[in-house]
Write a protein that binds this ligand. Structure first.
Ligand code: 13P
Length: 300
């Protein structure tokens, strides 16, 4: 029998207390789910498999199909490590509802483009909805941009304010908070990632719930480790998407985005090679970046 999926509420406080982080790996293709879970199993690490609302449309995947595929793999591999199925960035209550009833064990509501009061009110609705089904909620405060916008935006406009974070966590009741402290989504061009550790320290002082770092691709390992290992707990979930996808494309010798259905039409050897590459990179991230290898026992 397949064991129950974990939530962020089950996973992250243990990571925070023990100074490691859990990787939230974006499985943009359904073909990436298995190598991510197998990597975690090999290294006895907890793991989060995630996909966002926009990624469903980029790769032309329906939510029920994704969940079905996930469960097929999960039953087949039957991993004895904690696994969470998380809906990444989503900006509507309706889509969150679909994920909650569809079988996700965790969701992210991203209302960070709205003014603070509205972000709080909208996020609170999501928390109420999710909590009834035992599903955990992550939300975002401050704005984590994509790398193209990062080049042209002043940092002060987008970084998370520690006092606002305290209020946001208290009034929404979310299980985890994504903060903006110097990382962005995607590939870095001229401006390089520079985590604002003073800001992270200040946020940690005001907020007790686990913190999430988005834009985990391309961050120097020293910065990541420092962010995870801070005495105060640091960040406990790190999202990684771009590097994984680039590795997959490189191993396939493909430059352009491919719909999920086309991926499965490729020759089986090519698929296997791509899945091996994803598994290897996931293992490297678990061991060198996240420090979550051999931590599954903490959840027994
Ligand atoms: P990267 O694409 O920079 O790895 O960021 C992933 C992410 O934060 C997904 O929410």
């Amino acid at each position: 029998m397949t064991q129950k999926l974990f939530t962020l509420k089950d996973l992250l406080p243990v990571a925070q207390k023990n100074h490691f982080a859990i990787g939230a790996f974006s499985a943009r293709f359904t073909g990436m789910i298995e190598p991510i879970i197998r990597a975690a199993l090999e290294l006895q690490s907890p793991v989060i498999v995630q996909i966002s609302k926009v990624e469903f449309s980029w790769y032309q995947i329906s939510l029920p199909y994704y969940v079905r595929k996930f469960h097929e793999i999960y039953s087949k591999v039957s991993p004895n490590v904690p696994v969470c199925l998380h809906l990444d960035h989503t900006n509507t209550l309706e889509f969150v509802q679909e994920a909650v009833s569809g079988g996700f064990s965790s969701v992210m509501i991203d209302a960070s483009s709205r003014p603070l009061e509205e972000n709080i009110a909208y996020t609170r609705q999501v928390v109420e909805l999710a909590r009834k089904r035992g599903v955990s909620v992550e939300a975002e405060l401050g704005r984590i941009l994509s790398s193209d916008k990062f080049e042209t935006t002043s940092e002060e406009e987008i970084f998370t304010d520690p006092l606002e974070a305290e209020r946001f966590a208290r009034e929404t009741g979310v299980d985890a908070l994504a903060i903006s402290i110097g990382t962005v989504h995607g590939v870095y061009f001229t401006k390089q990632p520079k985590i604002d550790f003073d800001r992270l320290e200040a946020i940690r002082k005001h907020v007790q719930i686990p913190l999430v770092l988005h834009g985990g691709s391309g961050i120097p390992v020293e910065q990541i480790r420092r962010a995870i290992q801070m005495d105060s707990g640091g960040v406990s979930k790190i999202n990684i998407a771009t590097e994984l996808e680039m590795t997959l494309y490189e191993s396939l010798g493909i430059l352009e985005r491919l719909p999920d259905v086309e991926f499965w039409k490729l020759p089986s050897q090519q698929i296997a090679r791509a899945q091996d590459a994803v598994r290897e990179l996931t293992k490297k991230k678990i061991k060198d970046y996240l420090l979550s290898d051999q931590k599954a026992y903490l959840y027994d």
